[in-house]
Design a binder for this molecule. Sequence first.
Ligand code: SF4
Length: 297
Amino acid sequence: MTDLKNFADILEIANNKGKRIYEICQILESENTEKPVSDIRNRVKNIIAAMKSAINDGLKSEEKSTSGMCGDDCAKLVYMYKTGKSLFSTLQQKILKYALATVEQNARMGKIAACPTAGSCGIVPSVIIAVSEEIDIDEEREADALITAGLIGKIVSNKLALAGAVAGCQSECGVAAAMAAAAVVELYEGTNEQIINAAALTLKNIMGLVCDPVAGLVEIPCVKRNAFLAIYALVGAELALAGVKSIIPADEIVDAMKQVGEMMSPKLKESSEAGLATTPTGLKITSELEEKWNNQE
Ligand code: SF4
């Protein structure tokens, strides 16, 4: 995908050729890697299989992370849904469960597929797999959706490093949500414009999200943030599928995110020197963990 510099390019190429965005991506990836499209798609399907494994493992576990800060929240949802209690549809329930199952696996050092990063690993898988199950989609269409999501992440990463340490959480969970929103539009066979719009609307409304993990661990706020932003991705997809457009073009939004990332204090970029990390509770947890780790040495 190295030839795709921005969203305007991909839209123009895809529309001129009468193809869907994922088709252009896989053709270009095939050319760049000198591998057949079938190989590219098999690689994508292997990633989807890894995502499903992480969800299944996470759904079965209530084990806490080493810090003890997380690990049993997915189970709370599972128990509640068994009682029939919920504000949400089954699709939304699955998204929440799958997001927490995956990201709790990450906190337990289990195997996950970083998408685009480990800290945001719950968002894209939960959305693609829950939607696929709900509308009964096969693995070929799941692959189409994940390739579409990958394109969104790739284009953003051309201008903005996908790392909380560089541009805050807008560039991790924010980008993951945009990737998921675009994937949903692909699964519902929206147009190429709607796919890019879903990403644009999603990115635009998460801009400026800081990275302030307690004790420097990818747990608070990261775990629950994955659940929130997975549902948030549905909003981007729903609006785009209805024909709602982002007045600010997607490429300009990425430029603005980059600017905001550069203006963001280093204290809010994964250094744990501000925000939630330095709340009284955040500091108390940090000092307790430091004491625990020192005693283990
Ligand atoms: S808060 Fe920081 S560490 Fe946590 S998911 Fe977001 S970017 Fe990653």
